[in-house]
Design a protein around this ligand. Structure first.
Ligand SMILES: [Zn+2]
Length: 427
């Protein structure tokens, strides 16, 4: 019976994925074959001699217009009457289109200055009185789904998929506090949904924000969904599937509750045992009964899980290029070197191994290879999602999550090197 329901469920998922796929395919841009553009910026190009060029260094609007036989009064008129539309003194080295008359005079009829990829300004000199106006090119957003497996690094993998480098930056910023992108594992997987913008259905004009993402690091899937928690302040953050802020800061302590802060970070600490000599304490001690679970204060990868001298049994976790944390005097470790842990995961238990007068965990906080006081460190703050918004958030991400789950991940087949190639490479 259970198996029967399982099969039904699998079928349902399959069907819902298929339906979505057809919909997505409809949205994809059709082909790359371009019709010859006859109309451009609203002008029929066949009626003119068309010049495509770029404003040169030091070139002024007036000079350029005079050179192209525009009457001086018309230039003056543009400069004065259209100050608010276009400040001719602020002409940049941008591309322009010049439409000249087809007769022997070759006088400029229309000058189109391209402010950026999308906006342009038209100067029309055809009438006896010149005029100017602004225009916008037709920009369409096309949703794109991407999935890949890391071979060497993220940017290379995304580049091979033809994804804008800015998307790579966006993605690494979203996961900066969760995944150490400098230590990605071969075989890590990702999926993402974002918009690509196109002018006139063909010219790429940049990417939109990431709408949803999934990153599977060492087998742990972490989703990311943008969500505005404060519409007044317009605070947008990315949250995972359980509404945890991905920009999560460090937990205040490596023990959930029932501890006592027994010794703070202190570089001038003097200890009677050592004859009141300065014995700097570069850790923060949390006293707790033997066997109390010790938790990772942030997501990261275990770089050390060993027993050494005064440290006793300890675990060290690398969180990103800047921060690492270390947990000493454990009774026993629960994690191995190389393992990926998430914030709050139990990594070991309080003990008395190494140099210690009583059961505690000595918590050490590393910043750029130096030990600092975590209680004084200004760490990035992350607002948790309010309980009142959690239901809305979960409903909001439901379709996005299933869309992500439906993206097919094609595992590339290993490339076979043709023998001829090897022969020519080794003469
Ligand atoms: Zn200590």
């Amino acid at each position: 019976m259970q198996r029967f329901f399982g099969a039904i469920l699998a079928l349902l998922i399959l069907v819902s994925c298929k339906e979505k796929k057809e919909l997505v395919q409809q949205l994809e841009p059709k082909g790359t074959v371009q019709k010859p553009i006859v109309k451009h910026f609203g002008f029929n190009l066949e009626d003119y001699q068309v010049v495509y060029d770029t404003i040169k260094k030091g070139e002024t609007f007036g000079e350029l217009m005079l050179k192209n036989k525009v009457d001086y009064p018309k230039i003056i008129k543009i400069a004065e009457e259209y100050k608010d539309t276009f400040d001719i003194r602020r002409i940049d080295r941008k591309p322009y289109v010049l439409l000249k008359s087809k007769d022997t005079a070759e006088a400029a009829q229309v000058f189109i200055y391209q402010n950026d990829k999308i906006n342009y300004t038209v100067f029309d000199f055809r009438d006896s009185t010149a005029n100017a106006y602004k225009g916008k090119r037709n920009v369409k957003s096309v949703e794109r789904e991407v999935a890949g497996i890391i071979e060497n690094n993220l940017s290379e993998t995304l580049d091979n998929l033809g994804v804008d480098y800015n998307v790579t930056i966006d993605l690494s910023e979203i996961y900066a506090w969760t995944i150490d992108f400098f230590r990605l594992e071969k075989g890590d997987k990702f999926k993402l949904i974002y918009d690509e913008r196109f002018i006139n259905d063909s010219v790429y004009a940049g990417r939109g924000p990431i709408k949803a993402a999934l990153f599977e690091h060492k087998g742990t899937p972490i989703y990311a969904f943008p969500y505005v928690t404060d519409s007044l302040k317009n605070i947008l953050d990315y949250y995972d599937q359980d509404a945890n802020n991905l920009r999560s800061t460090f937990l205040r302590a490596p023990i959930k509750f029932g501890y006592r802060l027994s010794s703070r970070y202190n570089l001038k600490r003097r200890i009677a045992y050592y004859g009141y000599k300065v014995r700097p304490h570069k850790g923060t001690d949390y006293a707790a009964p033997i066997g109390t679970p010790i938790i990772a204060t942030a997501d990261g990868t275990v770089t050390e899980s060993t027993r050494r001298g005064g440290n006793g049994k300890y675990v060290k976790i690398r969180h990103n290029g800047t921060y690492s944390t270390q947990y000493l005097h454990m009774k026993k470790q629960k994690v191995k070197r190389g393992e990926f842990v998430r914030q709050g995961d139990v990594i070991g238990w309080v003990g008395m191994t190494g140099n210690t007068g009583g059961p505690h965990v000595c918590y050490r906080f590393w910043k750029n290879g130096r030990q600092v006081d975590p209680l004084r460190e200004k760490l990035p703050s992350a607002e948790p999602i309010a309980d009142s918004l959690k239901t809305d958030f979960l409903a909001h991400i439901k379709p996005l999550k299933s869309q992500l789950d439906c993206i097919e991940l094609i595992i590339p087949e290993p490339e076979l090197q043709p023998e001829e190639d090897q022969l020519t490479l080794n003469p």
